[in-house]
Ligand binder design. Structure first.
Ligand SMILES: [Zn+2]
Ligand SMILES: [Zn+2]
Length: 342
């Protein structure tokens, strides 16, 4: 069955987009690169498929490779959470997982490469997978750059002191080069950054973790990652309900399969079916799932995506009976390098 992951999910449902979201790290908990053996096996099995399905006809090569399932080609990626949200020439980074390392190289092509850059990073929380990439975020080492960091939690500066210190890392905080400026965010109070309005709302995670709602000219996108979403109904969510309401795009935690969420109660992560239900109830147009479990192979993530598709079809059929009280949702599993227009 063809999954509900058409490339259409990448585009805004409006003619022009207001924001652009790039996923630099879609993996949760720990960086998990593709190992050489897996890559070799993929190449071998794809050559076999090419010979069998396209009869080795090189004219069909592009067509053949564009139709390969994600788990047979590039996979979902192994870098831990880092997103870039751009509005025009401004951008805001969410989290400093290992995905921020390649983003740093990209930023070096602009003012950051000349020590004239200004970078804004907001943090959901400080679990290792969301800060580990800061150690290799090159713009931070270039004198003249200003790195603004933001969090609701009061420990922000302490986290940077802990990361950049001997004997764990050779360069102490004082010798980084760039100037780091710390900003404390107020829970549920909107602030302006890069021409966007951003509001922190609390998620459901073992250590306090904050989701962010981005709004610009009537478009809205929310980042809801590292959450078990134990509060689900509007009454349970209370003051945090706006995080899930009125969205063009929601990025949601799908670390586990449905069965695993039952085995891993209180581990702080959710599953795709929960995000689908939330989006159908709230009328969210598009959902992208990430924070894939590091223990999951690309094949297992693809199987979870198929499971979510069956769940979605079931919920849609049930919704018909309930006279359209919920809406259809376009959704897909995210991957490193995915770019979404909002
Ligand atoms: Zn995480
Ligand atoms: Zn976490």
């Amino acid at each position: 069955m063809e999954l509900n992951k058409s490339e259409g999910i990448l585009k805004s449902s409006h003619e022009n987009s207001e924001m652009k979201v790039t996923i630099w790290g879609a993996r949760g908990s720990f960086p998990s690169p593709l190992v050489p053996g897996v890559v070799q096996e993929r190449i071998r099995s794809n050559i076999k498929r090419f010979v069998q399905q396209a009869h080795g006809d090189l004219k069909n090569e592009t067509d053949f490779f564009s139709k390969l399932a994600r788990h047979h080609s590039g996979g979902y990626g192994g870098n831990t959470p880092c997103l870039e949200v751009s509005a025009g020439s401004n951008s805001v980074i969410i989290d400093g997982g290992s995905g921020i390392r390649p983003l740093g190289y990209e930023l070096l092509k602009g003012p950051c490469g000349q020590g004239q850059g200004e970078v804004h990073i907001i943090f959901t929380h400080f679990h290792w997978d969301h800060i580990i990439g800061l150690l290799f975020f090159t713009p931070i080492f270039i004198p003249g750059n200003r790195i603004h960091v933001y969090a609701v939690q009061p420990e922000l500066e302490q986290v940077f002191r802990m990361l950049f210190q001997k004997p764990f890392f050779p360069v102490p905080l004082e010798k980084l080069g760039s100037r780091i400026e710390y900003h404390r965010l107020e829970p549920r109070v909107p602030f302006e950054l890069g021409g966007m309005q951003i509001t922190p709302y609390q998620l459901d995670h073992p250590d306090p973790c904050w989701g962010f709602k981005f709004e610009k000219n009537g478009r809205a996108f929310s980042h809801c990652v590292d959450t078990e979403c134990t509060r689900f109904t509007p009454a349970e969510l209370g003051p945090d309900l706006p995080l899930y309401r009125g969205l063009d795009l929601m990025i949601f935690d799908a670390q586990y399969t449905l069965v695993e969420t039952i085995e891993k109660v209180d581990w702080g992560h959710a599953t795709a079916s929960l995000g689908i239900d939330m989006a159908m109830r709230e009328g969210t147009k598009r959902v992208v799932f990430m924070h894939h479990d590091p223990a999951s192979s690309d094949e297992k993530i693809a199987a979870a995506e198929s499971q979510a598709q069956r769940y979605y079809q079931h919920q849609l059929a049930r919704a018909d009976l309930a006279e359209g009280k919920v809406s259809e949702v376009q959704w897909a599993f995210g991957y490193d390098g995915m770019v979404l227009e909002v």
